[in-house]
Design a binder for this molecule. Structure first.
Ligand code: NAD
Length: 486
């Protein structure tokens, strides 16, 4: 075991490891990939890539650890998860600093995310105690009928770079509460945050091998893990194409998979809405995380009479946002997380303009070494522009008018996504009807903040299946067994 660098020193990026069978493994002769600070383009670390032998070792360890953890009483599992939450809170300042350094997000967003990750461990610690079964009255007096819920087995989890703490926490906390062991492959761009969560779990007393953290070439690792008979459950957060691929791989072994994929969040703004709130909250929400959030509001659909007033307020609120290095406490919008998102954002804007769209503000990268991009508002975007079809994972907002309720709803539900959706209205009937008809797994009416550990998180249509938070979250990691006894 190596002495770990995880000092409270805010200026020193953590060393990066694989975490397999309780051992923190340095790169040695393994391949590595760079971790880049998106605020300045500098390499701040190199993440080791697991070899095939490393993955085989992790698979053997996860099987062994599952046999221990599944038999650990739920109350004892809860103690480890609660202690993990405490340790994450104690170490929050350092984890937030790591996250902003490797992901770019503004410090206040990193603060929210680390606090929320701790909440997931605390919430699921209690939920593990409530994975009740039941005794069902029998048709024969001598028969006892018991329904039991048991951990499904070792889990392979894949999480992306946009939420380096919440996405691992949401999966790990629920799986561990259920009694499963987990091999997790977080995004290679942001490894230090996930490793810090791994350290908190270890220091909280999690037995070795129950959680293991690997990095590498994503497709190689996922096909190796999902193809192994040891893995009984797969969970993925990321893009629709990769989700589709992993679902097909999981289907070969008839393994259940939870998918939390992309979105293209509609915001229906009705004439009776508080336009100030819709515009200022809307701009803050759209450009939060520099637009790299699956449940982000992207298409602002505004009832025609309110279009000009809303647009003026929305553009003003967008222009007031301060873009900068996430470590600067005044920053509201950090850089994009990687160069791919800069190129993609540029291409989506160029395509929209080529189709006749107008840029109301922003529209281009900000000169310099970092991956900064101007918060951009587009209007007059035809439906056949690419940005009206696929998720804009960058700082682009689209404003469009609609006339009747039905027209707005038809546009909101036009795409194959059903993840985040939003409504602004002062009319209770409109709110109820919109809540019923909007095709979205998570709906905010007159506000945007709705991701908390005690509520379900997930979508449907091509946005995926399975809810990850709330009381539904643990179901992903349990099987139901019926025992009939004479
Ligand atoms: P991508 O589609 O290659 O990767 C998305 C995520 O999946 C990354 O974390 C990546 O490491 C992982 N991944 C890729 N191939 C994999 C595989 N075969 N097995 C396991 N994991 C794999 O590309 P990207 O450039 O990182 O992102 C592209 C788009 O994906 C974004 O523009 C956005 O639309 C979407 N995305 C969505 C989320 C989300 O929270 N739902 C997160 C990240 C990216």
């Amino acid at each position: 075991m190596h002495a770990l660098n995880m000092s409270a020193n805010q200026d020193r990026f953590d060393d990066l490891y694989l975490y397999i069978d309780g051992e923190w493994i340095e790169a040695g002769s393994r391949d590595t990939s760079p971790v880049i600070n998106p605020a300045n383009g500098r390499v701040i670390g190199r993440v080791p890539h697991a070899t095939e032998q490393d993955i085989d070792r992790a698979l053997a360890a996860t099987q062994k650890a599952f046999d221990i953890w599944r038999h650990t009483p739920a109350y004892d599992r809860a103690k480890v998860l609660k202690r993990t939450a405490e340790l994450i809170r104690e170490r929050a300042a350092h984890i937030e600093w790591l996250m902003t350094s490797e992901q770019g997000k503004a410090a206040h967003e990193a603060r929210y995310e680390v606090a929320s990750a701790a909440d997931y461990f605390e919430w699921f610690a209690e939920q593990g105690k409530r994975a009740y079964g039941r005794v069902v009255p029998s048709r024969r007096p001598e028969v006892q009928q018991i329904v039991k819920r048991q951990p499904i087995g070792p889990v392979a989890a894949f999480t992306p770079w946009n939420f380096p703490a919440i996405t691992p926490a949401r999966k790990l906390a629920a799986a561990l509460a259920a009694g499963c062991s987990v091999i997790i492959k977080p995004g290679e761009e942001c490894p230090a945050t996930a490793l810090a969560i791994g350290r908190a779990l270890e220091d909280a007393g999690l037995p070795k091998g129950v959680v293991q953290i690997v990095f590498g070439v994503p497709a190689d690792i996922s096909s190796h893990l999902i193809g192994s008979p040891i893995i009984r459950k797969v969970t993925f957060t990321g893009s629709v194409p990769v989700g589709r691929l992993l679902a097909a791989q999981a289907a070969r072994g008839v393994k259940p998979i939870t998918l939390e994929l992309g979105g293209h969040g509609p915001v229906l703004v009705f004439n009776d809405a508080d336009l100030d709130a819709a515009a200022t909250l809307g701009a803050a929400n759209r450009f939060r995380g520099t637009g790299q959030i699956c449940i982000s509001s992207t298409r602002f659909l505004v009832q025609r009479e309110s279009l000009d007033e809303f647009t003026e307020k929305f553009v003003a609120a967008t222009q007031a946002l301060k873009v900068g290095d996430g470590h600067d406490p005044a920053t509201q919008v950090g850089p994009l997380s990687n160069i791919r998102q800069v190129e993609k954002t540029k291409a989506l804007i160029a395509d929209a303009v080529a189709h006749g769209a107008s840029i109301l503000t922003g529209g281009k990268p900000i000169a310099g070494d970092g991956y900064f991009f101007e918060p951009t508002v587009l209007t007059d975007v035809p439906l056949d522009a690419q940005v009206m079809q696929e998720e804009p994972f960058g700082p682009i907002a689209i404003v469009r008018p609609f006339d009747r309720f039905e027209d707005g709803m038809a546009e909101a539900n036009r795409l194959p996504y059903a993840l985040g959706g939003y409504v602004f209205t002062r009319d209770a009937q409109t709110a109820i009807r919109a809540g019923d008809e909007l095709e979205a797994g998570m709906i905010g009416i007159n506000h945007f903040s709705m991701v908390v550990s005690e509520l379900p998180f997930g979508g449907f249509k091509e946005s995926g299946y399975g809810s990850e938070g709330g009381e539904e979250g643990i179901d992903n990691y349990l099987v139901t067994k019926f025992i009939s006894q004479v």
